[in-house]
Design a protein around this ligand. Structure first.
Ligand code: SF4
Length: 323
C-alpha cells in the first residue's frame, strides 16, 4: 500500500487511573500507532490489557493522562465544544454488550434516531422515519421493528441495532469494541460479515478491539498486540500471523486453532504460562517479564522500546535489540 492516508495518529497515549492515595492503574501506558483511512486495524490482547480503555480514550470518552490523538489533523482532546460535537458525528463506537448498551425504555426508532436529532440531520419527522427504516434494512432488520423495545430482540439483533445507531450519523471511523464477544458463536460470523460489508459499501475505517485472534486474522489489515497497557508488537495481519516475534504474541497465537488438522498436529506451541498480572503500580522494565521464558536481567529494569525490525513490523522486546 503506497497511497494510503493516515487518518488517526495515536502518539504516546497514556491513561492512568488513581486508586486510593498511592495506587495507579496504568491502563494505557505510552501507546503509539497510526490507523490508515479505509483499513481495519485490529487491537488484540487478553482481557485487562487496556485495549478498550485505549479505544475509548481515542474517541475522547476518557481524558488522557498524556500523549495525543490526532484525527485527520485535529487534536481530539483539544477541540472546542462545536468541533467536539462534529467529531462525535465522524467517529462512533459499537459496544461490546448489546444488552446494556441500549436504553431499555427507548424504542428502536428512538435509539437509532437519537444521533440524527442531536446532529440535526433530518428536516422533519417523516425524513427521520425513512432514514431509520433504511438503516434497519441495512443491518438486516425490518421496518416493523421500529416501535419495539430492546428486550424484544435477541443478542444478535440487538447488536444490529447498535450498529444501525452508529451508522445513523454517517460516521467515517468506528471503534468496534469486542462487538461479537457477548454473542453466540453461531451469530458472531453474521455480525462480522455485516461489519465487513458495511465497510466496503461506506468506505469506513475500523479500530477493531478484540481478544479473538482467530477472527481478527481474517478481517484486519494490520494488528497491534497489547499487553498490560503497552503495545508489544505491530505488523500487517499476514506478517504477524506467519512470523510473530514477541514471546507474548507467540504464546497468544499458539492457542489459536488451525483449521487443517495436519498443520494443527505439527504446530509448535509455546503456550502462555501464568495469569496476566495486575496493572496497578507495575514494576519497571518489560511488563511481560514475569511470564517470559527468555527474561533476563535487563528485562526487569528497562522497558523495551517498540522498534521496526522488518519493513512495517514493530516489536518491543530486548531479544530483538541484541539476540
Ligand atoms: Fe521477554 Fe525480555 Fe522480551 Fe520482555 S523484553 S518479552 S521479558 S525477552
Amino acid at each position: 500500500m503506497t497511497d494510503r492516508e493516515t487518518l488517526l495518529e495515536v502518539r504516546n497515549l497514556k491513561k492512568h487511573f488513581k486508586i486510593g492515595r498511592k495506587s495507579i492503574v496504568k491502563a494505557v501506558d505510552d501507546v503509539s500507532f497510526d490507523v490508515f483511512r479505509g483499513e481495519t486495524f485490529g487491537l488484540v490482547g487478553e482481557s485487562g490489557c487496556g485495549k478498550t480503555t485505549c479505544g475509548k480514550t481515542i474517541l475522547g470518552l476518557h481524558k488522557p493522562t498524556g500523549g495525543e490523538v490526532i484525527y485527520d489533523g485535529m487534536d481530539v482532546h483539544a477541540l472546542d465544544s462545536d468541533r467536539k460535537k462534529d467529531f462525535t458525528k465522524i467517529a462512533q463506537i459499537v459496544f461490546q454488550d448489546p444488552y446494556s448498551s441500549l436504553d431499555p425504555r427507548m424504542t428502536v426508532g428512538d435509539i437509532i434516531g437519537e444521533g440524527m436529532d442531536i446532529h440535526h440531520l433530518c428536516k422533519d419527522k417523516g425524513e427521520r422515519e425513512e432514514r431509520v427504516f433504511d438503516l434497519l434494512q441495512t443491518v438486516g432488520l425490518n421496518r416493523e421493528h421500529i416501535n419495539r423495545f430492546p428486550h424484544e430482540f435477541s443478542g444478535g439483533q440487538r447488536q444490529r441495532i447498535g450498529i444501525a445507531r452508529a451508522l445513523a450519523v454517517e460516521p467515517e471511523f468506528i471503534v468496534c469494541d469486542e462487538p461479537i464477544s457477548a454473542l453466540d458463536v453461531s451469530i458472531q460470523a453474521q455480525i462480522v460479515n455485516l461489519l465487513m460489508q458495511l465497510q466496503r459499501e461506506k468506505q469506513l475505517t475500523y479500530l477493531f478491539i478484540t481478544h479473538n485472534l482467530a477472527m481478527i486474522k481474517y478481517i484486519s489489515d494490520r494488528v497491534g498486540v497489547m499487553y498490560l497497557g503497552n503495545l508489544v508488537e505491530l505488523a500487517g495481519s499476514k506478517q504477524l500471523y506467519e512470523m510473530p516475534y514477541h514471546p507474548y504474541t507467540q504464546g497468544l497465537l499458539s492457542s489459536v486453532p488451525v483449521p487443517d488438522p495436519r498443520i494443527e498436529r505439527r504446530k509448535e506451541t509455546a503456550p502462555l504460562r501464568g495469569e496476566i498480572p495486575t496493572s496497578i503500580n507495575p514494576p519497571p522494565g518489560c511488563r511481560f517479564a514475569s511470564r517470559c521464558d527468555y527474561a533476563r536481567e535487563v528485562c526487569y529494569e528497562v522497558m523495551p522500546p517498540l522498534i521496526e525490525i522488518e519493513d512495517e513490523h514493530f516489536v518491543a522486546c530486548h531479544l530483538m535489540a541484541s539476540p
